[in-house]
Design a protein. Structure first.
Length: 367
């Protein structure tokens, strides 16, 4: 009989803030520890190819002894890809939590990665639903912010990227500006994590500290993290797990901009502008030629985000590729599994994409 509630950690933050990097690193540390925890992961990312969920699924925790990547249902990876999680709580989130209630004897902790547009409050409120509250508690709400972007006053690394996500989400029922959305994500935080802090100067760090101090109470701590040389986060599991905040018990006292708009009869809409996404599948590619081709496409087309995996000849590991705006990054994340097809898959998110041109340019990198 289980006497203690299962803790759940909610990680929120804008697209590109570093949520997936953070969670991937936590999972790797857990799986490599002396006493690995049994983790259920809920991922909320919009797109035809859910690269973020795939990154999490292929962490060492989610591989068996032969290195094969099992199905999500075997390993407890739940993908909510039908819209922003805070806008689809009843339709998407609660059914998954009820499924986890059935599996509670096999779970030690739940990690929840929200979409970049999510408001934490409605999600945390769901933990007060009787059938959920009986078995689970919110260990902490962790808000991840992009240090350089906040220091520059942009809040998100690429504002167009956030707008692209808005346009792509048919279920979205809130449309605050970036400053208000950051306020609402910080207002529910039990811990604030500033990512990419290794890129901050002393003056920039002071600006970030001023923004955070103005928005969160002194009891909420702030941690500054960077990246290791291999692209992983340098945050430890001790920092992320075990805060025991029981955030659901105080969430009703958190007042957000979204609450304010509702209190004053505000009508929430978001424009349904033209928005494109496409997935391009290739075989093995020359890494340098692919980087050059991608860089050229990023400068010519309205590509807000590109992300995916590449198979490089004679390389035993898969290469992860991510582009936000004009910034293009890559790193090797794991070994190709025995029998796994070595292929390249890239998803492009943007406006007025010329798919034929994208495909032709990227196919030139095939070997």
């Amino acid at each position: 009989m289980q006497l203690k509630k299962i803790p759940a950690t909610v990680v929120t933050g804008f697209l590109g803030s570093g949520k997936t990097t953070l969670l991937s690193n936590v999972l790797r540390q857990i799986s490599g520890g002396k006493d690995p925890k049994r983790i259920a992961v809920i991922v909320n990312e919009f797109g035809e190819l859910d690269i973020d969920a795939d990154l999490l699924r292929n962490c060492p925790l989610d591989c068996d002894d032969e290195g094969e990547a099992p199905t999500s249902t075997q390993q407890g990876i739940y993908e909510l890809a039908n819209g922003c999680i805070c806008c689809t709580v009843e339709e998407e989130f609660l059914p998954v939590m009820l499924e986890l209630v059935k599996r509670r004897d096999d779970i030690d902790h739940i990690l929840i990665e929200t979409s970049g547009l999510a408001l934490p409050k409605p999600l945390v409120q769901a933990f007060n639903w009787p059938d959920i509250k009986q078995h689970f508690t919110v260990d902490a709400v962790i808000t991840v912010i992009d240090g350089p972007a906040v220091a520059a006053g942009r809040f998100a690394h690429d504002a167009e990227q956030v707008q692209a996500q808005r346009l792509a989400d048919e279920s979205l029922n809130h449309d605050p500006d970036l400053a208000e959305l950051l306020d609402d994500q910080l207002s529910a935080a039990d811990l604030v994590i500033v990512s990419k802090s290794d890129l901050l100067s002393g003056q920039q760090r002071s600006k970030v500290e001023q923004v955070i101090t103005a928005k969160v109470p002194s009891a909420v701590k702030t941690a500054y993290i960077g990246q290791n040389e291999d692209g992983t986060s340098d945050a430890s599991i001790e920092l992320i797990l075990g805060l025991e905040a029981a955030a659901e018990e105080r969430i009703e006292a958190v007042h957000t901009h979204h609450d304010h708009h509702h209190d004053h009869g505000g009508h929430h809409e978001h424009a349904h502008d033209h928005f494109d996404s496409c997935v391009i599948h290739l075989g093995e590619v020359d890494g340098e030629r692919l980087q050059v081709a991608l860089a050229a496409l990023l400068s010519k087309q309205q590509i807000y985000r590109a992300k995916g995996f590449a198979a490089i000849p004679n390389k035993p590991m898969r290469q992860v590729i991510q582009a936000v705006g004009q910034r293009l990054e890559n790193h090797f994340d794991r070994l190709w599994a025995a029998g796994e097809v070595r292929c390249t898959s890239l998803v492009m998110i943007g406006k007025h994409l010329h798919v034929d041109e994208l495909t032709s340019a990227l196919k030139a990198a095939e070997v």
